[in-house]
Write a protein that binds this ligand. Structure first.
Ligand code: ADP
Ligand code: ASP
Ligand code: MG
Length: 426
């Protein structure tokens, strides 16, 4: 017998028919003798709909009230799944964020899980009751409802798994695992049987939305075993216990797995894209010590995350252009802030472009092998794709390109690093 947390995303919960299918999958795990908690997302599209209502009601909405509105989507699906399980003869009840409670800290709309009091839930699970938990939501110290940022139900699931000391956290979604790149863009993407926490963290943070970034860092910190697998399966599909999806593993586990197999570790594990960044160019900034600090300090103070940065070769008169990227959602705020500081920074013009995309290649193999970036630049150049900015980390190289070239760039790189599956038509 094991204790298992199962999480179902928006597409898996989209309507009563889908919820019935989810209930069957859950019931099967319980029938196999496991103690089960289920974490659910709102129905697909529902959170977007609720966010739009907030924008319509008040474009400068109060994040605390936004949380009251958007947290409701998960309350509906949690109740519906509990009802469906009961209709199938299972013992089940919903546990809302404030009832468990899931204590959070930090700002509304992007709160972090602080601690979870799981004692009552564990007793219920031990007594054979399935615990159904709405993902995405928690409660702040002042008793108000919070949410964990878009895609946050993954983090709820991992946090619940850590709190109830689950043997495994199964993330059920609309693809059957983590692929070498988004399988909806590249038909020849290959499913990865294993991926390390470090690689998954990097992939998620550069746009592979299959897992929320924070869920991966939490799983890594708490040592939660996470599997990504599909809820779109037939009755005769291999059970989750046979690990049919992608397991997220530690470096040590990965080394052992590779040792026992004849597979060769690829230099690049995966490729991700992100269309949510925007580029800012400040022209004719004074080329002298302190100038760059004048640009980035006010942005940091306003919690605007700057990602890629390039300072161009100086112009003749002791001036230079500075290019950097910020999240698209923060572009207007960043632009206003910079205009405000025009005198202090001393630039000529602010040029912005939100039609850009960041393409990233990720792999731990990069730590010990040179040439990964060169392959990337050459493959893109051969297809006439212009690189506007570059950034790197120990296991990642990212480039900024024109948004219209996103799909082409991802495909070209997937082929260039030898990741294409052989038996699938391109
Ligand atoms: P859920 O609603 O279940 O949380 P998401 O839409 O958040 O699902 O995440 C699943 C989606 O992530 C897939 O449909 C797929 O298009 C996308 N995706 C992006 N990159 C990858 C990848 N490397 N592997 C698998 N899926 C990916
Ligand atoms: N429903 C929330 C969202 O769409 C949380 C989630 O599904 O993970 O962002
Ligand atoms: Mg998701």
């Amino acid at each position: 017998m094991a204790r298992i947390v199962m999480k179902f995303g928006g597409t898996s919960m989209a309507g009563t028919e889908r919820i019935r299918r989810v209930a069957q999958i859950v019931r099967k795990q319980q029938a196999a003798g496991h103690e089960v908690a289920v974490v659910v997302s709102a129905m697909a599209g529902e959170t977007d709909r609720l966010v739009n209502f907030c924008r319509e009601a008040n474009p400068l909405y109060d994040p605390a009230e936004y949380d009251v509105v958007v947290a409701s989507g998960e309350q509906v699906t949690a109740g519906l799944l509990a009802l469906t399980l009961q209709a199938m003869g299972c013992k089940a009840r919903s546990w809302l964020g404030w009832q468990i409670p899931v204590h959070t800290e930090g700002a509304h709309a992007k709160a972090r899980v602080a601690d979870i009091n799981s004692a009552a839930m564990i007793s219920a699970m031990q007594a054979g009751e399935i615990a159904v938990v709405p993902g995405f939501q928690g409660i702040a110290d002042d008793g108000r409802i919070t949410t964990l940022g878009r895609g946050g139900s993954d983090t709820s699931a991992v946090a619940i798994a850590a709190a109830v000391k689950a043997d495994r956290c199964d993330i059920y979604t609309d693809v059957d695992g983590v692929y070498t790149t988004d399988p909806r863009i590249v038909a020849r993407a290959q499913k990865l049987k294993y991926v390390t926490y470090e690689e998954m963290l990097e992939l998620a943070s550069v746009g592979a939305k299959v897992l929320q970034t924070r869920s991966v860092s939490l799983a890594m910190k708490e040592g939660v075993r996470v599997q990504v697998l599909s809820s779109f399966i037939d009755d005769d599909a291999p059970p989750a216990d046979d690990l049919p999806g992608t397991m997220i593993v530690s470096d040590e586990e990965m080394a052992q797995i590779m040792e026992g197999s004849d597979m060769e570790r690829q230099l690049v594990t995966g490729i991700a894209h992100d269309k949510n960044e925007a580029r800012i160019v400040l022209t004719r900034v004074p080329d002298k010590p302190g100038a760059v600090a004048h640009i980035f300090s006010p942005l940091a103070a306003a919690s605007i995350n700057v990602d890629m940065i390039i300072q161009n070769v100086g112009r003749e008169k002791g001036e230079t252009d500075v290019t950097f990227t910020v999240p698209q959602a923060d572009l207007a705020r960043a632009q206003a802030l910079l205009e405000d500081k025009r005198e202090e920074i001393g630039f000529n013009r602010v040029i912005t472009d939100s039609k850009v995309a960041k393409i990233s290649v990720v792999g731990v193999g990069m730590k010990s092998h040179a040439g990964v970036a060169a392959t990337m630049f050459k493959a893109l150049a051969d297809r006439g794709i212009n690189i506007q900015a570059i950034s790197t980390s120990e296991i990642k190289v990212s480039v900024l390109i024109d948004e219209d070239e996103t799909e082409l760039a991802v495909r070209v790189l997937h082929t260039a690093y030898g990741l294409d599956a052989e038996d699938v038509a391109a």
